[in-house]
Design a protein around this ligand. Structure first.
Ligand code: PEP
Ligand code: MG
Length: 613
């Protein structure tokens, strides 16, 4: 039972922390608005220039300080904020406003801020809409400098008792604020809470990559929390407990302890081969998004990379990565995995993963002299993934050549997303053959027998596996999209999220059919969607015959622990029972019953040596 005021939001990263609240001052900004004399224009412009230079230097300094082993996202955010700062819409336009309207620097900057944010907020894409938050964060930084303030809005932290840590509470926090604070306060930052923040906010992504538990989107957090309050941040449950009583604190401390013990128990499994209790080997692979994520894959002891989502190399930049840059990224992963398989998925751009406008523009100009692909009315069903690549052959061939060259540096496989039609598979294979010719003509090395596989993520593909089996070397079930397309649920639309049901019997039938048919045809089949790392589904998938799971590296050791507890025959019986159920709630209950049976056995096994002693 939890007592104390409870606040709810969206949990980020994992884990529970206890700390003292440190509130971000509501605003130290002095946004006065007044007209200036013509003779003062130069002075106002100089103030603006000076404030921009100071912020530029600040961001530069932060970037230098975080160099070393900081996650790539940290540098990427600082670069993004630097780009925003240097954009002429922000740094030139306010100067013109000062001159033309004879207004002070702060006023000009806030007028321009609203103008730019309105443009962002009109974009029909959540990711871009939420970038207006980045613009506001950068402008606030400049305004703080105009007001003669500190670079960070975070006031110096209060004194803490021995062993105590801090939880930042803010309306919004920019990635740079978090970094500033970490620098100033060393290791005392335990987590943070913000009133703003959605799933794509950069602060949230940063929290995840720094491993800082956080709860974002907690409305009115600063009204409910006072400076110095004791807080529990339970990011697993998306809950904040303000001023917990003694019983709640004891309970949370126990949970923190158990989490720590569970983590160190899991670490012991790293080097062990994953097998079921009855000795069936199961491959556990990692999903990665950027080359540097390979560190996490190795750290979790992954058997390989089962999905390298290459589109992240193409996003958030104005020019597309060339062949050499791509080759370096793919080869870096292949080399790091030292012969373990690396499945590189070709560009899955489109839908919610969009290229910057200028990158799209460059594609259009290169291909047809036009403006590049337009924004579509229904992007999840539009020009996405392999459809996009087939529409832009140069883009596709460049990537294929880069992957082929990387295949000389390790064990590389090509995975193609969103296939549904036999002619698409044939076209892909022709492109691969052409790319091989091109690489051969240049006398560059590559694996001539590189396997090409297909993602099964459209129901039509799952129901018509013949062409896939005849033409491809392996299959990978993209359950995230398979669920979206089977249930007609836009996976990015929160208003229908309650209908996104991985355990819908129709989805399970598509998965089971693909695993069974592929395995019978001796084609390796994996699952690389979120379901692979969901502990509740591990036994069911095993029972359906799955022997390759690919997931976020953070989930891998827990799944391995689960695999050790399972017996493939009883998993098969569970899959049989589930196949006869028609209601996801009943299916979930059946899976939970099976999992709690395993947990009971584990508890007995843990207690047994103590009893013998
Ligand atoms: C999937 O659809 O399950 C998948 C792994 O691909 P993505 O999530 O990148 O679309
Ligand atoms: Mg997909």
């Amino acid at each position: 039972m939890v007592t104390g005021t409870q606040l709810f939001g969206l949990g980020v990263a994992r884990g529970i922390v206890i700390g003292r609240a440190h509130l971000l001052a509501p605003s130290e900004l002095d946004i006065r608005q007044y007209h200036v004399q013509r003779g003062d224009v130069l002075h106002e412009v100089a103030r603006l220039n000076n404030a921009f230079s100071l912020v530029r230097a600040e961001l530069e300094q932060l970037r230098t300080n975080v160099a070393g082993d900081a996650p790539a996202e940290v540098k990427a955010f600082l670069d993004l904020h630097r780009m925003i700062l240097d954009d002429s819409l922000l740094c030139d336009a306010p100067r013109d406003l000062v001159r033309s309207r004879l207004i002070n620097a702060e006023w000009a900057l806030t007028i321009q801020l609203e103008e730019v944010c309105q443009q962002f907020e009109a974009i029909d894409d959540e990711y871009f809409r939420s970038r207006s938050q980045d613009v506001r964060q950068v402008v606030e930084r400049v305004l703080r400098r105009l007001a003669g303030g500190r670079p960070s809005p975070v006031a110096p932290a209060p004194k803490l008792a021995e062993g105590e840590r801090l939880v930042l509470v803010a309306h919004d926090l920019s990635p740079a604020d978090v970094l500033h604070f970490r620098e100033d306060e060393g290791g005392s930052l335990a987590g943070f809470i913000t009133e703003l923040g959605g799933p794509t906010s950069h602060t949230m992504i940063l929290a995840r990559s720094l491993g800082l538990p956080a709860v974002v989107g907690v409305a009115d957090a600063r009204d409910a929390i006072s400076e110095g309050d004791l807080l529990v941040v339970d990011s697993d449950a998306g809950r904040v407990v303000v001023l917990p009583d003694e019983a709640a604190l004891v309970d949370y401390r126990r949970r923190i302890l158990l989490q720590g013990q569970a983590r160190s128990e899991l670490r012991k499994l790293r080097g062990k081969l994953s097998r079921t209790k009855d000795g069936i080997p199961v491959e556990l692979l990692a999903n990665i998004e950027m080359p540097e994520d390979v560190r996490d894959a190795l750290d979790a002891g992954a058997d390989g990379v089962g999905l390298f989502r290459t589109e992240f190399l193409f996003m958030n930049r104005d020019t597309l990565p060339g062949e050499d840059e791509q080759f370096e990224s793919y080869a870096r992963v292949a080399r790091a995995m030292k012969g373990k398989p690396v499945v590189i998925r070709t560009l899955d751009i489109g839908a919610d993963k969009v290229l910057n406008a200028s990158a799209r523009h460059s594609l259009g100009l290169a291909v047809d002299g036009g403006e590049g692909p337009a924004v579509e009315p229904n992007p999840a069903l539009g020009l996405r993934a392999i459809r996009y690549c087939l529409a832009y052959p140069d883009l596709f061939l460049t990537q294929l050549r880069a992957i082929l060259r990387a295949s000389a540096t390790g064990t590389v496989r090509i995975l193609v997303p969103m296939l549904a039609h036999v002619q698409e598979i044939d076209q892909v294979l022709q492109f691969v053959a052409k790319a091989k010719e091109q690489v051969k003509d240049r006398k560059q090395k590559f694996d001539a027998r590189i396997p090409v596989g297909g993602m099964i993520e459209i129901p039509a593909a799952a129901l018509n596996l013949g062409p896939f089996i005849e033409r491809l070397k392996f299959l990978s079930l993209g359950t995230n999209d398979l669920i979206q397309y089977a249930l007609a649920i836009d996976r990015t639309d929160s208003t229908v999220a309650y209908l996104y049901e991985p355990l819908h019997p129709a989805v399970l039938q598509l998965i089971a059919h693909t695993i069974r048919t592929g395995t019978r045809a001796r084609l390796p089949v994996s699952v690389c969607g979120e379901m692979a790392g969901d502990l509740a589904s591990v036994e069911l998938l095993l029972g359906m015959g799955l022997r390759r799971y690919s997931m976020n590296p953070a989930q891998l050791l827990s799944v391995k622990q689960r695999i050790f507890e399972l017996d493939s025959k009883s998993a098969g019986r569970l899959a049989g029972r589930v196949a006869r159920l028609h209601d996801p709630a009943q299916i979930r209950a059946a899976l939970e019953r099976a999992a709690s049976g395993a947990a009971r056995k584990r508890a007995v096994a843990v207690r047994a040596p103590a009893r013998r002693a």
